[in-house]
Write a protein that binds this ligand. Structure first.
Ligand SMILES: [Zn+2]
Ligand SMILES: [Zn+2]
Length: 445
């Protein structure tokens, strides 16, 4: 195909702006904007016709007139004037874009005003087009058998993206932009999709009787009633609320979600290096949070109850990872009370029989109303036991995550086997439970 000839064929039929003509040849040449491509094609055609027209070639004069009208070419118009030919009035608007490419500035300004309240480093522009515009372009390409073109959507997105980059100093990012701008160049409608901000860390829970997540009142399910003093909650505070609220305020977001790698029982403490979590803040206006300051603020406000550490910016992949790693190795300390007195021999027997053992555990009676009733196997790596009084022992358990430790002690009416009660034929129950450690690789950013 001769590129110039092809370009002229298009112009002969339809008025096309520089962008829309150039876009049909977008895959030819490199590092050239479509607008420049279109301009160059029109210019080259003008030169060709100009040389032929000087030899009194009337076909070339006719071509110059097409370039001056359908091509909107000022150079073709000037050339005609120079040749003392009539300069026809140029066509109204571009057949494909209706002049939208020439009029992107107001749209860009509108986008910038919409973005102004938000802090962001990366963005992406998505384009919505009226159906008739897309259909017209598709039909046009099919009719002229154009195989080097770029889509009109793509060109709008790329151009607006470039302008925004230049004016804001921010970067276009395809995979995980902070903000997605969805713009319609024809209606000038703009939507912003502000992506969430993720902050990861670890928490320790230093007291018992604080649930991990907000626990709605069972009577009113959060609306507030007499039973819950109008709070809608069964417990006044939770790990989730103590940690999330300051993030929500600092980021000026809409709401937060709290993701953690598993959860401890409400009456168990979470000690050691803490449990991995990620706070997800929806629609944040601020992203450059001072994590050091926030950590201090949260730890001060929740002093004696919840402490957080290792804060860092994170992403959705890490949320997935910490959810998956619920079954990372865990270390527990449990204070056991026995019905009958225990001997030193009992302690040795427990250490020997439970260390390196696979425990069969049917879903505990206390949770079976909300979880599937099935038998799971969990491995215990190591057990250490020491006596603290004639009927009390402290047991340290290093096991696969997901083991129900209270049931390992009681046997849960035979649903967990082997168990401490079963092995010693001495009914046992948990007085206190602490998570000492969650052993997992810290998910990278
Ligand atoms: Zn156009
Ligand atoms: Zn209530």
């Amino acid at each position: 195909m001769d590129v110039l000839e092809k370009a002229y064929t298009l112009l002969e039929k339809y008025p096309l702006c520089d962008n829309c003509l150039g876009r049909q040849f977008a895959l030819l040449g490199y590092g050239i904007e479509n607008r420049t491509r279109g301009y160059a094609l029109k210019l080259a055609l003008t030169l060709q016709c100009s040389s032929a027209a000087q030899d009194k070639n009337s076909e070339s004069t006719q071509k110059l007139k097409i370039l001056a009208t359908n091509g909107f070419s000022r150079e073709a118009q000037d050339t005609l004037r120079h040749l003392k030919k009539r300069v026809p009035k140029h066509s109204a608007t571009c057949f494909l874009c209706g002049g939208a490419f020439a009029n992107l500035e107001p749209l860009t300004q509108k986008i910038l005003r919409k973005l102004a309240p938000y802090e962001y480093e990366t963005f992406l522009v998505g384009i919505e087009l009226p159906v008739n515009i897309v259909e017209r372009e598709d039909e046009f390409k099919a009719n002229f058998d154009l195989s080097y073109s770029e889509s009109v959507k793509h060109e709008f997105g790329r151009l607006i993206g470039k302008t925004l980059e230049a004016q804001t100093g921010k970067t276009v990012e395809f995979r995980k932009p902070d903000i997605m701008v969805i713009a319609n160049p024809f209606t000038e409608q703009i939507k912003l999709q502000v992506n969430p901000l993720f902050v990861a860390g670890r928490y320790q829970k230093l007291v018992r009787d604080i649930p991990q997540s907000k626990w709605f009142c069972s009577d009113c399910h959060g609306r507030g009633c007499q039973k819950c003093n109008g709070t809608g909650k069964l417990y006044p505070e939770s790990v989730e609320e103590l940690i999330s609220q300051p993030f929500l305020e600092a980021a000026e977001g809409e709401k937060t979600s709290f993701h953690a790698s598993g959860r401890e029982d409400i009456d168990a403490r979470m000690l050691g290096t803490g449990r991995p979590f990620v706070v997800e803040i929806s629609k944040p206006k601020k992203r450059r949070l001072n994590l050091k300051e926030l950590e201090k603020t949260i730890n001060h406000a929740a002093a004696g109850k919840v402490q957080i550490s290792r804060l860092r910016f994170s992403n959705r992949d890490v949320v997935r990872k910490i959810k998956k790693s619920e079954s990372a190795q865990k270390e527990y300390r449990v204070l056991i009370e026995f019905e009958k007195e225990i001997s030193e021999h009992d302690l040795l027997l427990l250490e020997e029989k439970l260390s390196g053992t696979l425990i069969k555990q049917q879903t505990p009676l206390r949770v079976v109303h909300r979880r599937a009733d099935l038998v799971r196997e969990r491995y215990i790596y190591k057990v250490k036991v020491k006596k603290v009084s004639p009927k009390e022992a402290e047991m340290q358990v290093l096991c696969q995550g997901g083991l129900y430790v209270k049931e390992l002690v009681s046997g849960d009416e035979g649903r967990t086997t082997p168990s401490v009660s079963e092995l010693l034929k001495n009914p046992a129950k948990t007085l206190k439970l602490d998570v000492l450690n969650i052993i997992m690789e810290d998910p990278v950013r």
